[in-house]
Design a protein around this ligand. Structure first.
Ligand SMILES: *Cc1c(COP(=O)(O)O)cnc(C)c1O
Length: 445
């Protein structure tokens, strides 16, 4: 396609003059993989169409929310009805109560919940609550886990465990991250050392239980068990960031997956987002009554939002949760994801490509590596040039996966066996090109 007829390119050129980088969230800009971002015109089921009218099988689903695929009829109807009754009131509504009840019914560790508008807001508020409830300032996060872009969470590891983190973004003063301790994921020894050095000062440990922001890396069961034990022992709260995994890897989230392996396991606080809004701006955080009652207006920890519990977003979230709560939903979804992942593995083996993959529920990840990485440094050993060829090879064949090797993938209930078979066949073609060392097709910019 020549630049003069490529509508994606035209829109991107215009967008870059008006919006920094042409996008409203960095990864959309294709910086990691090169080429022109696809501007989405519309979507239905497992597909979206770009500005040139080209169709793609969508394995991002808005980075997780679209677990039912795009334009699910029951969700569409709920949203259409809600819109007619009003967009936003700044006063409470019945649907907020219904959604709170739904969340509490589905996630046993949550007794009370507060609704907000984004995962960033939910994670930031959960940290504030943990600090307020414990009267402590310091907290632990792990390298490669993303918890939104609140200042204190934009931090990478410092030079040692006695020192705290360094900002990963300009505009974050070092003092703001001086209480954030960044540890290696799945490293029990480091975890124990951190607690022995800082235990009495730690408000919480925040973790993505199955990390989806460094592709797909599970916290090992022994590691998770140790996180729970050390938090309990030192009076720090265990905060699960389930913005991605909540209602996605299982109906009860990743915490239900760990509870199967560790009897009685539960986190103290949970942060939810993405699926909970079904594609609308909605997120939440929740936990035991005694902790949640520390929030304003009951308690001293301030938290608020003009659009929190928005009536259209709650209608969308409720309709989505209702569909995914139907018997057999997650078994069917997990079946699709497993067949995609095993198909990709078989295709890679057939073409002699080093490849590994993992999945849970409707979330998956794969690596051009011989074995599954356990932490961020290992993820970053992936060959990004080869990943970029795979990405563009698939894109050229109408398959849209995350445009960066450190992102997870998502299957929806709308993906058909034929979509998955087509994806696997396309991947095999691209693997064959990779194996032959030939460049499938270079990015077009
Ligand atoms: C997406 C995500 C966030 C941030 O949510 P936003 O709605 O983008 O602010 C936080 N934590 C995790 C684990 C996420 O995947």
């Amino acid at each position: 396609m020549t630049p003069s007829t490529d509508r994606n390119q035209q829109l991107f050129d215009l967008a870059r003059k008006l919006i920094p980088g042409g996008v409203n969230s960095p990864v959309r800009a294709f910086r990691a993989v090169g080429g022109t971002p696809r501007f989405v015109q519309r979507a239905q089921g497992a597909y979206f169409w770009d500005a040139n009218g080209q169709r793609y099988i969508d394995y991002i689903g808005s980075w997780g929310p679209m677990i039912l695929g795009h334009g699910h009829p029951a969700v569409l109807e709920a949203v259409q009805k809600a819109v007619v009754d009003g967009f936003s009131f700044g006063a409470p509504t019945e649907r907020e109560v219904e959604l709170a009840q739904q969340i509490i019914d589905l996630v046993p560790s949550i007794e009370m919940v507060r609704l907000v508008s984004s995962g960033t807001e939910a994670a930031m508020s959960a940290i504030r609550l943990a600090r307020g409830a414990t009267g402590r300032s310091k907290f632990i996060k792990f390298e490669g886990c993303y918890h939104g872009h609140a200042d204190a969470l934009l931090v990478k590891a410092g030079s040692g465990l006695a020192t705290f983190g360094n900002p990963t973004s300009a505009g974050v003063p070092p003092e703001v991250v001086q209480h954030t301790l960044v540890l290696e994921y799945n490293n029990i020894e480091q975890l124990e050392e951190a607690f022995s050095l800082h235990g009495p000062e730690l408000a919480c440990l925040m973790i993505e239980p199955i990390a989806g922001n460094m592709n797909f890396v599970r916290a090992s069961v022994p590691f998770m068990k140790r996180c729970r034990e050390l938090c309990t022992q030192h009076g720090a709260l265990l905060v699960f960031d389930e913005v991605m995994t909540g209602f996605r890897v299982a109906l009860g989230g990743a915490q239900s997956v760990y509870a199967r392996a560790i009897p009685g396991f539960k986190p103290d606080l949970s942060v939810m987002g993405k699926v909970i809004g079904g594609g609308m701006p909605l997120a939440a955080f929740g936990g035991p009554r005694a902790i949640m009652e520390q929030l304003a207006p009951m308690g001293p920890v301030y938290q608020a939002g003009t659009l929190s519990g928005n009536p259209v977003a709650t209608a969308c979230g409720l309709a989505t949760l209702k569909e995914i709560s139907k018997p057999g939903f997650f078994d069917a979804l997990a079946g699709k994801t497993t067949s995609l992942v095993s198909g990709l593995k078989a295709a890679a083996v057939a073409e002699g490509i080093a490849f590994c993959a993992d999945c849970e529920g409707g979330m998956f990840g794969f690596f051009l590596l011989p074995e599954l990485p356990q932490n961020y440094a290992q993820v970053m050993k992936s060959d990004s040039a080869r990943f970029n060829l795979l990405f563009h090879g698939l894109l050229d064949r109408g398959i849209y996966i995350a445009p960066a090797l450190y992102e997870a993938g998502f299957v929806s209930s709308a993906h058909s066996d034929a979509d998955i078979a087509q994806t696997v066949a396309s991947a095999r073609e691209v693997f064959a090109h990779l194996a032959a060392g030939s460049v499938a097709k270079m990015p077009d910019a």
